[in-house]
Structures are given as C-alpha cells and as structure tokens.
Ligand binder design. Structure first.
Ligand SMILES: [Zn+2]
Length: 245
C-alpha cells in the first residue's frame, strides 16, 4: 500500500485523537462518581425498606393500643353498671353479694388490662421513635444521593463534551486520508487497540520493540510513499524525523 508521507503523518494525528477517545471512554466507564451514586442508591433502597418496616410495625402496635383501650373500657363500663345496681340497693342480698364479688374480680381484670395497655403503649412509642430515626436517616441518604448524582452528572457532562470536541477534530483528519489506508488502520485498531505508531529512536511506538538492523535497512531503503508495518505487532509504522534512520 502507498500513501504520501504527509498522509502517513496525519494517521499519527488520527491515532492520537483515537487514543484520547479511548481514554475518555475508559474514564466514563470507570468513574468513581458513578460507583458512589450506585452505592448510595443501594443504601437509599435499604433505608427505605427499613422505613416501610418501621411504619408497618408502628401501625400494628397502634391497632393493639386501640384494642387494649377498648378492652379496658369494656371492663370499666361493666363495673360502672355493677356499681350503679349496687348503689340502687335493688335485688336480694345474695345478688348484691354476687355483684360485690364481680366488682372485685373486674377490678383485678382492669388492673391487668391496664398494665397490658401501658406496655403496648410504650412499645408503640418506641416504634414511633424508631420510625422517626429511620425517616431521618432516609432524608440524609436522599440528600447525599442527590449531591452525588449532581456531581456525577457534572463529570459525565464535562467528559462527554470533551469527547464531542475530539470527535469534531477527528472528522477533518479522516477526510484527508485515503480510504484504503483508513480501512487498514481501522482493521488493525479493532484488534490491537491502536492502528498506527511512530517509528521513534529505532523502536516501534506500538509494541515498544527495537527494530533489528535488517529491519532498519529495509525501512531505510523503502520508498517514502510505501506504507510500512511493524514486523512484531503489525501496526502501521510511520517514519518521523525522530525515527533514527
Ligand atoms: Zn510494533
């Protein structure tokens, strides 16, 4: 393959731009800002689950509190009725004695139920403060997540615009290159990562290996228009004033 020396030089410019694009793509893929957003999003999900659990526990306990209150009320109402009957003095002495007994047992029952009510109310209070703590944590994580997302978007935006700039400067360079040279470059780049390298101080800039005397002799003898390849890595080897020929 043949190409003017100036076109071969342009191929090195193109390679420099493509290397810059690969670096930007790599940075975009491996951004620590992205990992931080992912980590915080997972944490946010976990704390959100915690809030849901705490809310469910609280509403269960609130139902228990209501039930305990109505249980106590039932016993109180019954005792009130018994007392009213006792005070009215109607009925036989046997009836009145039975009422007295019932009132005593209702009093014991009420005391037990009130203890239970108090206990469930305390648990509901604890559940309430647990919910408040979880909600506070959730708000904190949400704020961190929002900040991290904004930071990530900023970095992604910055790198993306750098990428677009490189893409724009790539277009005219591509326009200057003959189609066959460009196709060869693209094919090598697809497998090796880079398609062209400068011959610099007798070494290939692609694989960094020093060329032997026979190779150097062949390159010295080659026509400047001839497109050379590195014998080791097969990349397009471009002669420069620093080639050391
Ligand atoms: Zn090489």
């Amino acid at each position: 393959m043949r190409a003017e020396p100036a076109q071969q030089q342009r191929l090195l410019d193109l390679q420099a731009l493509d290397t810059r694009l690969s670096q930007l793509d790599h940075r975009l893929r491996t951004l620590p800002e992205r990992a931080e957003v992912d980590r915080l999003a997972r944490e946010h999900q976990d704390v959100e689950d915690e809030v849901v659990r705490a809310r469910t526990a609280l509403s269960d306990l609130e139902r228990e509190v209501t039930k305990a209150e109505s249980d106590v009320q039932l016993v109180r109402d019954r005792a009130d009725r018994d007392r009213a009957r006792l005070e009215s003095g109607t009925g036989s002495s046997k009836d009145l004695q039975a009422l007295q007994h019932e009132l005593e047992s209702l009093a014991r029952r009420q005391s037990t139920l009130e203890d239970e009510q108090l206990e469930v109310m305390e648990r509901a209070e604890q559940a309430e403060s647990e919910l408040a703590r979880a909600e506070e944590r959730l708000a904190g994580v949400a704020e961190q997540l929002e900040r991290a997302t904004a930071q990530r978007d900023e970095v992604v935006g910055e790198l993306t615009s750098q990428r677009e700039e490189v893409e724009r400067s790539r277009e005219p360079v591509v326009g200057e290159l003959p189609a066959d040279l460009l196709a060869l470059y693209d094919r090598i780049r697809a497998t090796s990562g880079t398609g062209a390298a400068a011959l610099s101080r007798r070494s290939c800039g692609g694989c960094q290996l020093e060329l032997n005397t026979v190779e150097l002799g062949r390159i010295r003898a080659a026509d400047p228009d001839e497109v050379l390849r590195c014998e080791e890595c097969r990349r397009i080897l471009v002669r420069t004033p620093e080639s050391g020929l």
